[in-house]
Design a binder for this molecule. Structure first.
Ligand code: TIU
Length: 226
């Protein structure tokens, strides 16, 4: 069976192994006021526009019984997994670990660190906590994907040029065929999102593919639907 998704820079083919949806850091810290994104000086309101599209992708994968992995950027309460370089970067008033309106900033288990209500994982869907921007750094993601026999990653989430792009490059180097869903990812900077999408597909898809949600789900439904 071959699945074809109409994508840039050329059709994305899926065969043999399973595709997995990787939803990156759709957590309150980046999407709601009072979190880490806000503390860094960003206009966080830009990011909520993609929530319905990410929801559509998640529902599509659930209906097709395909695996979904959610990630969440966070640190341990004692900050032992947060390098001083990350802690001190940016010079903002509220730093990682400080108390903000949604609890301690970017700390595992705090209210602001939760995935947003609309995209809460279902039992059986993996939720990976990650201390870095890339989802493979200091996590068990690769081993989980290998156990699931996943070779293709369909990627969504925030922010496009930070955690999403870092993860996609890490995945590409580990041999995964990656497709970024362009209307299911967003940045605090419109021009950085545009540039990231361009960088991914340049040079014959040096990092992978880009397609919209509709085309992605259409290809998957044709192959895996009943
Ligand atoms: N600051 C920013 O754009 N992003 C992050 O710090 N983390 C993620 O992208 N998730």
């Amino acid at each position: 069976m071959t699945v074809i998704i109409e994508a840039k820079p050329y059709p994305y083919l899926l065969s043999a192994k399973k595709p997995c949806l990787l939803v990156i850091d759709m957590q309150r810290d980046f999407i709601e006021p009072g979190g880490f994104g806000d503390a860094l000086g960003n206009d966080v309101s830009r990011l909520s526009a993609i929530i319905p599209t990410v929801k559509k992708l998640i529902y599509g994968f659930r209906q097709l019984h395909l695996p979904i992995v959610h990630t969440r950027e966070c640190h341990k309460a004692d900050l032992s997994d947060c390098p001083p370089s990350k802690l001190n970067r940016g010079g903002s008033t509220l730093k990682i670990g400080d108390s903000g309106p949604m609890g301690r900033i970017l700390i595992d288990g705090e209210p602001g660190n939760a995935l947003i209500d609309e995209l809460r994982p279902l039992p059986g869907e993996l939720e990976i906590t990650k201390p870095g921007k890339g989802s493979f750094y200091n996590t068990d993601l690769h081993i989980h994907l290998q156990n699931l026999q996943v070779s293709h990653l369909i990627i969504a989430g925030v922010t496009t040029e930070v955690c999403v792009q870092t993860t996609m490059r890490e995945a590409n180097d580990r041999g995964y065929e990656c497709l970024l869903v362009e209307d299911a990812t967003e940045s605090y900077f419109a021009e950085f999102k545009r540039a990231t999408l361009d960088m991914i597909v340049a040079q014959g898809g040096i990092v992978g593919w880009v397609a919209n949600c509709e085309k992605t789900l259409k290809g998957l439904e044709q192959a895996y639907g009943q």
